[in-house]
Design a protein around this ligand. Structure first.
Ligand SMILES: NC(=O)C1=CN([C@@H]2O[C@H](COP(=O)(O)OP(=O)(O)OC[C@H]3O[C@@H](n4cnc5c(N)ncnc54)[C@H](OP(=O)(O)O)[C@@H]3O)[C@@H](O)[C@H]2O)C=CC1
Ligand SMILES: O=C(O)C(=O)[C@@H](O)[C@H](O)C(=O)CO
Length: 283
């Protein structure tokens, strides 16, 4: 790990600290996950974002356990799969994640999608239970809109520590970020470089040239300066290192604003108010 790089941490609303830069494993094939996570740990990442839906928690757990550090040094997030929103199913699925990840505690466990046709009340009760039992250090949500978050705040005991949502220069989600901040919910930005879509944008290319950085570094730096938690995915060790080297420069206010102005409310992923897909069922 490059010794000069210190990844900042964000303090969640229950006092737990999370590294602001992590590594995501969506679309990393199970048989490539252990090697990929090992390479990410070699590059210095100490925060891995996985999910039951990705089918690779077991390999994430194997890589962390086999690595020559205390596994507790790696912050691990996982997420409840969409088919398990019933209370007992959610508890069982959480137990399976713990076993697969080879941990006694998961650092952060999220409801993956709000599922308008199913709802999330029983799932949140289950997450409150594993949190109360000390088996999740923090609990939160993903893809929640303000109307979902308001219900959680009004009807439940434990407020979500994070909301993991799609955010990048083409989908800045300014109002949702402000809502999260106002309610002490940390925002995690998924697909932070829009799966590569924003990297050829002329504005981003120009900013990158002026700072003598790559487009990905500039976009990730923009997230960091906005306060977002990010975990770009890459299967290339060179890109893992590139995405990690973002803490020795700073974008000025003008360039931050130039990148934010690229917003065109363009999603690369599903709309949470319409997404009801249960893995294993037809879309
Ligand atoms: N909660 C949710 O609903 C969701 C959560 N997520 C989380 O967010 C993480 C990141 O999002 P993801 O959708 O993977 O997309 P990202 O925005 O991280 O982009 C990943 C893509 O960009 C490429 N890439 C990575 N780094 C570079 C670079 N420096 N230069 C050029 N191309 C690069 C990768 O290719 P290559 O591998 O070849 O380098 C890959 O194709 C996921 O892994 C997952 O953990 C994602 C989607 C939904
Ligand atoms: O990557 C995730 O975390 C997701 O939820 C996505 O896979 C999402 O379910 C999707 O893009 C489905 O097409």
């Amino acid at each position: 790990m490059p010794e000069t790089v210190a990844v900042p941490t964000v303090e969640l609303n229950n006092g737990v600290s999370i590294p602001q830069l992590g590594f995501g494993v969506f679309q990393v094939k199970p048989d490539e996950t252990a090697a990929t996570v090992t390479a990410a740990l070699d590059a210095g990442y100490r925060h891995i974002d996985t999910a039951q839906m990705y089918g690779n928690e077991k390999q994430v757990g194997e890589a962390i356990t086999a690595y020559d550090i205390d596994p507790a040094e790696v912050f691990v997030t996982s997420k409840l799969n969409n088919g398990f929103h019933a209370y007992d199913d959610a508890l069982r699925a959480f137990d399976q994640s713990l076993a697969d990840l080879q941990r006694e505690q998961i650092d952060l466990f999220l409801i993956h999608w709000p599922l308008p046709e199913v709802g999330f009340d029983d799932a949140w009760r289950a997450l409150e239970k594993v949190y109360a039992d000390g088996r999740a250090r923090a609990i939160g949500v993903s893809n929640f809109q303000p109307h979902h978050l308001r219900r959680l705040h009004e009807e439940f005991t434990v407020p979500p520590a994070v909301n993991q949502i799609e955010v990048h220069p083409y989908l800045t989600q300014t109002e949702l970020l402000a809502f999260d901040a106002e309610h002490q919910i940390a925002t995690e930005a998924w697909s932070p470089i829009a799966q590569g879509l924003v990297l050829t944008d002329p504005v981003i290319v120009d900013v990158a040239e002026r700072y003598q950085r790559t487009p990905a570094q500039v976009v990730l730096r923009w997230h960091i300066q906005l306060g977002n938690i990010v975990f770009p995915k890459s299967t290339s060790p060179a890109r893992m290192a590139e995405n990690f080297a973002i803490f020795d420069f700073e974008l000025d206010q003008t360039d931050l604003a130039l990148i934010s102005a690229l917003n065109r409310d363009e999603r690369t992923g599903p709309n949470p108010d319409e997404f009801n897909w249960i893995p294993g069922q037809p879309r």
